[in-house]
Write a protein that binds this ligand. Structure first.
Ligand code: UTP
Length: 298
């Protein structure tokens, strides 16, 4: 593996079907669902930018045009806001369209996360490590959640994946790692298992939606067979990578994570971020107090 040069590129696979959130996601990409007043994907793009990443590649699919439109210029909307002299709103609209340099790649059939990442291969140089952000995994932290992964990957010149501890009952919904601690909150990965039965899970450290990868992973993904659901899993490709004695590290990501592709995670994100929002926070808090008294009288 060649040296880990500076990372600029952020890959956003956003081509999944979002079946856990039907019917909301039948015509609307789950990544465009709003948390308070911004689509989920915008929070995650802002995280990438805050970590110094400059080039965004979206892996999109059928029905995901709203994501492209969101980050594009909307001349008509800008003109109307300008005419009405709604200058603050105009600025918000302009900021969103000037936020990123984007490239879009189409994943023609949603064949899994591994396959979606592989679609980015033509956009990545063969010595260019890159970050991957899952478009529905919202992480609110003091520093951008991807930042420690980037820093550690530069230090050890190796790929790094983000993990967080989940409850025993939840492990079977995630890829799970078996790792040797090398530092506080840092593990050298020995093994990865995608969605293990609870009793077979090697730990409670679940892989969450942040990765720093090396382009050598593409040939591993190409060689990965589809799983029982016909999806090519990134975790399976990484498992063969580790079996080949290639280095892989995991970092426990600090911060609050919301799986906004699930109904509960989405609601939690809206409540918690709503409480922090200057426009609606105080009123929402008062409302929640009243509501609690109503549903849980003393
Ligand atoms: P998920 O497994 O959460 O997405 O993938 P999904 O398949 O849309 O979810 P459900 O289970 O049907 O509700 C995590 C991220 O990877 C993307 C998704 O868009 C999401 O942001 N993804 C997943 C792809 O880009 N392509 C795929 O084939 C699968």
């Amino acid at each position: 593996m060649k040296a880990f040069r500076r990372i600029r590129k952020a890959i956003f696979p956003v081509a999944g079907l979002g079946t856990r959130f039907l019917p909301a996601t039948k015509a609307l990409p789950k990544e465009m669902l709003p948390v308070v007043d911004k689509p989920v994907i915008q929070y995650i793009v802002e995280e990438a930018l805050a970590a110094g990443l400059t080039d965004i590649v979206f892996i999109t699919g059928r029905g995901k045009e709203a994501i492209e439109n969101h980050f594009d210029v909307s001349l008509e909307l800008e003109r109307i806001l300008e005419e009405r002299q709604e200058l603050e709103k105009l600025q918000v609209v302009r900021d969103t369209s000037h936020m990123v340099h984007v490239a879009y790649v189409r994943q023609k059939v949603p064949q899994g996360l591994g396959h979606a990442v592989l679609c980015a291969a033509p956009f990545v140089d063969d010595d260019e490590p890159f970050a991957v952000f899952l478009g529905d995994d919202l992480i609110m932290a003091d520093v951008p959640a991807i930042q420690p992964l980037i820093a550690w990957s530069q230090e050890v010149q190796a790929p790094v994946i983000g993990v967080q501890s989940v409850s025993q009952a939840e492990v079977s919904a995630y890829g799970v790692i078996d790792g040797v601690p090398v530092h506080a909150g840092v593990y050298r990965v020995r093994r990865l298992v995608e969605k293990p039965p609870t009793e077979a899970a090697p730990s409670r450290l679940a892989i969450i939606g942040r990765y720093v990868l090396h382009p050598d992973i593409f040939s591993y993904i190409e060689a990965t067979p589809p799983d029982a659901r016909g999806e090519i899993q990134l975790t399976d490709a990484l498992q063969v990578w580790v079996q080949d004695d290639r280095p892989l590290y995991a970092i426990e990501i600090q911060g609050r994570r919301y799986d906004t592709g699930s109904k509960l995670g989405f609601l939690q994100a809206n409540i918690e971020l709503g409480l922090q929002h200057p426009d609606v926070g105080p009123a929402l808090q008062a409302y929640l107090r009243t509501l609690l008294r109503r549903i849980q009288p003393e």
